[in-house]
Design a protein around this ligand. Structure first.
Ligand SMILES: [Zn+2]
Length: 297
């Protein structure tokens, strides 16, 4: 998942102190500053021992009867908005309005602030979490923060009980996912923010949403804070190959990979641009963590 943080870096070089204020150290999914380099670039966080994503081996999970159904208070009301944008690392939809999540073994109420996606350039890769070592072509993350203890997403994002993220894996199907279609339609226009119709975030859950895996981990993008109570659903949502291909046509700047760039169809040449694909972090070591499951085998 994606989080921007204001940082101040002290660089000591040749006895000369330079203070650099920035909106973030640059990172990407490429070779130079990709996932293999994050532990060096963000040593306090991305080098942690409770990182995400992970490979889930259902046979090794432990049943926990406290992992009940989720409760959603997330009906669209007047004043709620979905704002879609290309953040340079993903297609993200920011939610405005009180979309709340509770129960499901969570000890607090969480407010949904955004959702976004990770995908591959082929159907065999794309998801962050894997099941028995197998990836899905896409994974959606619905990101929420603890409103009982914290006053903002930014405050919650660094706390161990700060965030709850729902992970939904996809599989390729022959019929379009109608719920995703309004977003898919605007992806080529996401050099600007685009408002899309509001729906209940819970509508994105797969069938049998009572069946899920639970563990404690981290944000899967820098700064990799170990602040996430993860839920990964057992069943999958569906998407067609043609809808996936629209995600795969997302363009970002080759040099910065941080700025969303207009779609070529809108009259911009493709120089310096590349398709945003394979925007997933590889699975991280469990380091002794036990993954729980909500259902009896
Ligand atoms: Zn994510």
């Amino acid at each position: 998942m994606e989080l921007k943080a204001i940082i101040v870096i002290l660089l000591l070089k040749n006895n000369c102190q330079i203070i650099l204020a920035s909106t973030g150290i640059h990172w990407s999914y490429g070779d130079n500053d990709g996932p293999e380099k994050w532990p060096e670039l963000f040593p306090n966080m991305c080098a942690g021992v409770k990182q995400s994503p992970i490979d889930i081996q259902p046979f090794d999970t432990v049943y926990n009867k406290r992992l009940t159904n989720f409760g959603f208070n997330d009906s669209p009301e007047e004043g709620t908005k979905f704002i879609a944008h290309n953040n340079g690392h993903s297609i993200q939809v920011d939610t405005e309005g009180k979309f709340l999540l509770e129960y499901g073994g969570l000890h607090y109420k969480y407010r949904i602030s955004q959702f976004h996606f990770h995908w591959g350039n082929a159907n065999e890769i794309g998801s962050e979490h894997t099941i028995n070592g197998t990836a899905a072509p896409m994974e959606m993350h619905i990101v929420s923060w603890n409103v009982n203890k914290y006053s903002s997403m930014a405050e919650a994002a660094t706390k161990s009980d700060g965030l709850a993220v729902l992970g939904i894996l996809y599989r390729v199907s022959n019929s379009n996912n109608q719920l995703l279609e309004p977003l898919v339609q605007v992806i080529p226009k996401l050099n600007n923010n685009v408002e899309i119709p509001v729906v209940s975030p819970s509508a994105f859950l797969p069938n049998s949403p009572e069946k899920y895996y639970r563990y404690h981990g981290s944000l899967t993008t820098p700064r990799c804070y170990e602040s996430v109570t993860w839920t990964v659903f057992k069943e999958r949502q569906t998407i067609t190959e043609s809808q996936l291909n629209v995600f795969r046509q997302t363009l970002v700047s080759h040099t910065t990979k941080a700025k969303p760039i207009p779609h070529p169809a809108e009259g911009i040449n493709g120089e310096g641009l590349e398709h945003l694909v394979n925007n997933f972090r590889p699975v991280q070591p469990l380091n002794g963590r036990v993954i729980q499951r909500s259902y009896k085998v």
